[in-house]
Design a protein around this ligand. Structure first.
Ligand SMILES: [Zn+2]
Ligand SMILES: [Zn+2]
Length: 256
């Protein structure tokens, strides 16, 4: 499968110790063990997998609480079997679906995924309701399988917190690409999942209904940058980067 993984606790020993494999096939999964090393690692408790989904190669993030094996999946826009395979590979069980914004590649299959697992959907901010209400027509336009609008169990606002397992993420409302876009931040591991707000070397498109370039720049500079240059972010598309790197070289938002 195409998952790329990043262990936020930077434990380089894990993959060299085959003795920790117990519960699954040791050839395909060295990462499911959580019990043998949890007391000896000074870790943030979060492991992250990223799986590109849909024809738009949208980065679906698998956030796993290492102490409980419970997972939050951010933006399951499609390719649900791939996402489930990724969860199985990480030895994780879905607890919650989180959405950054209402675009089809991010949330088109979220309701199907919620029904498959009996999991709640949290996010985005309610200002993206108009996008979610257009999923059916957007799906036809882009040749997706039939989609329907849905109502998340919880709309999010700036300053909210969302929990899964023993972990908690901070919610930042970052409008501009869409008016209801939110970002999820795990402070202990310095990881942000930013959707289509910011990319390596670029920023989200704003020439779309209710997009606004200046609002997006303000979101990045006033919401994201204060979190710290050391924050690694998973963007909605393309490779991960850090806020520091983008402040240095991103042509749209670098410091001058
Ligand atoms: Zn988008
Ligand atoms: Zn996108």
């Amino acid at each position: 499968m195409s998952a790329t993984e990043r262990d936020t606790d930077r434990d380089t020993d894990r993959d060299t110790d085959p003795d920790t494999d117990r519960d699954t096939d040791p050839d395909t999964d060295r990462d499911t063990d959580r019990d043998t090393d949890r007391d000896t690692r000074d870790d943030s408790g979060l492991r992250v997998g990223v799986i590109p989904v849909t024809p738009f190669a949208q980065n679906c993030s698998l956030l796993v609480c290492t102490r409980t094996g419970r997972a939050a999946v951010v933006d399951p826009g499609g390719d649900l079997d791939h996402i489930d395979a990724g969860l199985a590979q990480m030895g994780a069980r879905l607890e919650k679906i989180l959405l950054t914004h209402g675009h089809i590649d991010h949330c088109g299959q979220a309701q199907h995924y919620a029904e498959r697992h009996g999991a709640p959907i949290e996010g985005p901010h309610e200002a993206d309701r108009f996008w979610i209400e257009q999923l059916e027509s957007q799906g036809r336009m882009f040749g997706f399988p039939p989609l329907a609008s849905f109502e998340p169990q919880r709309w999010l606002v700036d300053g909210d917190r969302v929990g899964f397992g023993e972990l908690e993420l901070e919610v930042l409302h970052c409008p501009g690409h869409t008016p209801g876009h939110v970002v999820f931040f795990h402070r202990p591991s310095r990881l942000a999942v930013v959707g289509d707000v910011l990319f390596q070397g670029s920023i989200g498109r704003t020439h779309i209904p209710r997009g606004d370039h200046e609002t997006l720049l303000a979101s990045i500079r006033h919401k994201l940058w204060p979190l710290g240059d050391d924050v690694t972010f998973v963007p909605g598309h393309g490779p991960t980067s850090t806020f520091g790197q983008e402040r240095h070289s991103n042509p749209f938002v670098a410091d001058r």
